[in-house]
Ligand binder design. Structure first.
Ligand code: C5P
Length: 308
């Protein structure tokens, strides 16, 4: 039996380019891995049982437990790469990452399942191959393998680790219900069309990482990072879920240095000065009535890791 711990992510910068012919958008995506994470356990299944999935945690009821789950798809993809036809494996997800929350929780479980099955089946798959399989599973899966802080280009799967100093303290406000990532990208395109700028990849400049943001990370400067936080999907998430404006305001009024929607939302992320300030912001958010719950956490932390 193998258990893998895997982080959630927040995008400290999410620059979104135009819509490509393949339906994706080119990104300048600065991923940041946080300690709020899931644990995925893989153990041998009975012969002929196939891939089975169970899940516990506050959101367990809304996690799909069929073959579409990224953890199940990861197990089958890894097996196929090694010529194993129908793997028998039991996957259990201990879920703490909000579901459909913009924190890449499903992608994290896919990455964790790759690492867990690789260890369970003693395959010693090279990291480059795991990253390639991860990119096949989804745009955010490679980063969950890597962890830390990284710049994602292309649709987010081409990764370069970024230097970072020290620890940053975060609070995540969890909303009631999720948002669909494709729907948020579509809303971003629609808003661009409505504004008259166009939404195609010839209309929108290819985004680039913000040098001020990269310097703030490298310097461990939370105030500078707070000032540079940027998410091109935020107006689309707010358009689909206007109530998030009140959540962002509540965290800012409680003393957060900076606030933004995490990825495609609806989770909102707040950067705090230190652990104590983060705990105070989380308390204030929970009391504000503008979110379902709030978690104080920190990062960066490593990617999917086998627990001893
Ligand atoms: O890669 P993944 O399956 O996570 O992407 C889900 C959906 O999000 C895509 O089908 C697409 O609609 C949208 N997406 C996008 N551009 C990206 C990443 C995702 O438009 N770079």
């Amino acid at each position: 039996m193998i258990t893998v711990r895997v982080p959630a992510k927040v995008n400290v910068q999410l620059g979104v380019g135009g819509l490509r012919a393949d339906g994706f958008h080119d990104l300048a995506n600065v991923f940041f891995a946080v300690a709020l994470g899931d644990e995925v356990t893989a153990s041998a299944g009975a012969p002929g049982e196939g891939v089975t999935l169970t899940c516990t945690g506050p959101d367990a009821a809304v996690v799909p437990l069929d073959g579409s789950n990224l953890a199940a798809r990861a197990a089958r993809l890894l097996a196929a790469r090694h010529g194993m036809a129908d793997p028998d494996v039991r996957l259990h997800i201990a879920k703490a990452i909000p579901v459909a929350g913009g924190m890449a929780g499903g992608s994290a479980d896919g990455a964790a399942a790759l690492v867990a099955c690789d260890a369970l089946w003693q395959l010693a798959t090279p990291v480059a191959t795991l990253l390639e399989l991860a990119a096949e599973l989804g745009s955010d899966v490679p980063f969950a393998l890597l962890g830390g802080v990284a710049l994602g280009r292309g649709r987010g799967e081409i990764l370069d680790p970024l230097p970072v100093t020290g620890t940053f303290h975060w609070v995540f406000a969890v909303a009631d219900g999720g948002l669909s990532t494709p729907a948020v990208f579509r809303e971003c395109d629609r808003l661009r069309e409505e504004a008259g700028t166009g939404s195609g990849d010839t209309d929108v400049a290819t985004p680039d990482a913000d040098p001020a943001l990269l310097a703030a990370l490298a310097d461990g400067d939370a105030v500078a990072l707070a000032g540079a936080l940027a998410n091109d999907l935020q107006s689309a998430a707010l358009s689909l879920r206007p109530s998030l404006a009140a959540t962002l305001r509540a965290g800012t009024e409680a003393g957060a240095l900076g606030a933004l929607v995490s990825g495609s939302g609806p989770t909102c992320a707040f950067l705090a000065k230190d652990a104590e300030a983060a705990a105070a912001v989380a308390d204030a958010l929970r009391a504000s009535g503008t979110c379902r719950t709030a978690h104080a956490t920190h990062g960066p932390v490593p990617g999917a890791t086998v627990l001893p």
